[in-house]
Structure formats: structure tokens, C-alpha cells
Design a protein around this ligand. Structure first.
Ligand SMILES: [Zn+2]
Length: 160
């Protein structure tokens, strides 16, 4: 066995959420997550997910199906960009989960800063459906930042 465990996924409880961090792969034991649901809700905080490989995607889809089968309401919170790309590419990765907030790429034309910024999908639901990214302010120079991806691609998970 490899002794290299860098990035291996960890799970910690924080408030009503399970906080997942690191890389999602076949060692991530995602199948154990539905058992941790409370009062029929499974809330996953995904801000610290840095990578997901193809076996991780497979297990992720299985986890979503198992949660669905168990009648759980799955909430995906603070979804990181690597996971957002999967949710947008592969419909089954989203399952019946509700994405309540997610990270998206922004860039500042004035100073060049690029940043992954959190978007509240509930507050901004109407404009997101219109493929209209919410305005963000550069943390460095306070200029307006521009959305740094294609909204029709990045927000496609909303139209599933
Ligand atoms: Zn700036």
C-alpha cells in the first residue's frame, strides 16, 4: 500500500453539517454518509473538497442514490469549484440534492486578482436562473469583479 495519504478525505461534524475535506476517491467511504443523517436530513459542507477522481464520482453517485432511496433530504452547502464541475457535467452527481451555496470563479480586471467566491443560491436564485452572476467586490482594490466562467455552463446544475 502507498504511504501517501495526502489529501485523503476527512469528515468532521460541524453544527448540522458534515464537513468533508480533501480528495474524494474510492477510499472516501461515501457510502457511510447516509447513516449520519439527522432527522431525515443529510447536510454536507463541501468547501474544502479539492479534487474528485472517477471512482470518487462513481461512489458519490451511489451515495446520492442510497440517500434518495432512504428518503433523505440532501443539502450540499458551500460546494467547491472542483465538485461544481462534476455537478454541471454529470446530472447523476447532483441526484435530488439541493445546492444551497457554492463557490464560483471571479476575476478583478483592475488588479488581476482571481478568487473563488461563495454564492448563496437561495438569496440569488432568481438571477442565477437568468444566468446572471451576482456582483462581487474585489477584496484587494474594491473594484467590481467579473464572473470568470461561462454562466450557462457553470449554472447549468440549476436547470436539471
Ligand atoms: Zn482588484
Amino acid at each position: 500500500m502507498s504511504s501517501d495519504t495526502r489529501g485523503r478525505m476527512t469528515i468532521t461534524e460541524q453544527g448540522d453539517a458534515l464537513v468533508l475535506a480533501g480528495s474524494i476517491d474510492e477510499t472516501s467511504a461515501l457510502h457511510e454518509l447516509p447513516a449520519s443523517a439527522r432527522s431525515g436530513r443529510l447536510v454536507l459542507d463541501l468547501a474544502a473538497i479539492t479534487f474528485i477522481n472517477s471512482l470518487g464520482v462513481r461512489d458519490w453517485i451511489r451515495m446520492q442514490l442510497a440517500a434518495q432511496k432512504a428518503g433523505l433530504a440532501v443539502e450540499l452547502r458551500r460546494v467547491s469549484e472542483p465538485l461544481m464541475h462534476q455537478l454541471n457535467m454529470i446530472v447523476a452527481t447532483r441526484g435530488s440534492a439541493a445546492v444551497t451555496s457554492f463557490y464560483a470563479p471571479y476575476a478583478c480586471d483592475a488588479c488581476g486578482r482571481e478568487e473563488s467566491l461563495l454564492i448563496d443560491a437561495i438569496t440569488h436564485a432568481e438571477r442565477l436562473v437568468r444566468l446572471d452572476p451576482p456582483p462581487m467586490t474585489c477584496p484587494d482594490c474594491r473594484s467590481a469583479m467579473a464572473f470568470n466562467d461561462f454562466p450557462e455552463r457553470y449554472f447549468s446544475f440549476l436547470s436539471v
